[in-house]
Unconditional design. Sequence first.
Length: 402
Amino acid sequence: MRRQRDGVELIASENYISPAVLETMGTVFNNKYAEGYPGKRYYGGQEFTDAVETLAIERAKKLFGAGHANVQPHAGAPANVAVYFALLEPGDTVMGMDLSHGGHLTHGHPVTYMTKIFRFVRYKMKDVETGAMDYDEMRRTALEVKPKILLAGFSAYPRELDYAKMKAIADEVGAVTMADMAHIAGLIAGRQLRNPFDDGFDIITTTTHKTLRGPRGGMILTREAELGKKIDKAVFPGFQGGPIMQMIAAKAVAFGEALKPEFQTYAMQIIRNSKHLAAFFMDHGVKLVTNGTDNHLMLIDAVASWGIAGGEVERTLDRINITLNKNMIPDDQRKPMDPSGIRLGTPAITTRGMKEGEMDILGNFMLRAIEQRGDDAALASLRSDVTAFCQQFPVPGIDRHC
């Protein structure tokens, strides 16, 4: 708790949950097995689990304009895998974004077990200076490989995808459209980024933490209820056992918070902070992949910017209580554990109440640390400055305990 209070959290996939969500995760719903779905459980005594899960489902549907919601996935990766199992036969093809261009492990990286069962074909950006995707090449590839699923989504891509173009390609080859919005779910719920359902996408998978600011878990949404019923069977009993009911209760609380008008203000500020920090870095000669951002995150080429690898930047900033993560850049020639880049984002610091002015302060802290990385005394002084700065911005659910 002290580390989170006294430090700056810039990992793009992390956030701070509200006291209400935090408290709900620790309730006696933990004590109850609830295998099955509301009204169709395998054990008795489900009066309140049914009520809570139904509430989470209805709030999720309202939040994203979905026809069906499954709130049982334990995380984002199992949500993706459950969709594959629901819709694919062994050997079927999925098209997803290449990991080094911003995609996720579950979108077809060779190290995952899914690649032993299904065939994954990966697409990339055509221009890393702007982030533009090559939709013409995507169409040519889709016509050739005939994917069963065309997958949109990412974990380190600073721009917004054109869902309408992807939907048109999928329709041409008879593919189901799936959007993994784990990173940007809160920005979609907050009406700041486009909802894939508005462009006709069939399925959305997501985590419930990150920008959505809920408990750690997953969720699957479908535009049409009938497809959702098929996916339900893949989640349980096909892939998971009993749902984690205290987490589902916490999801219901988080979805209720995200339905409030102030959540839209929060989502808007995340993007304002991200764009402002990106502009600050570029004004100081830092090389950003795609030269900017449209969402909550940015990717920096550390080698091009400072002549050092991303891991060294991560370790240096750790020493002054600023946390981010090393990350591969497009077509990185370095290894994943020693990549050329770093990834950072603004959801957590926005939750603490930081705005554009604070982005300049944080940017200066970071640049000074990197410039003085060999000076222990300078880094110790900067660490004290960062701690004093952070004390101005309480962390929800933490400060009362410290």
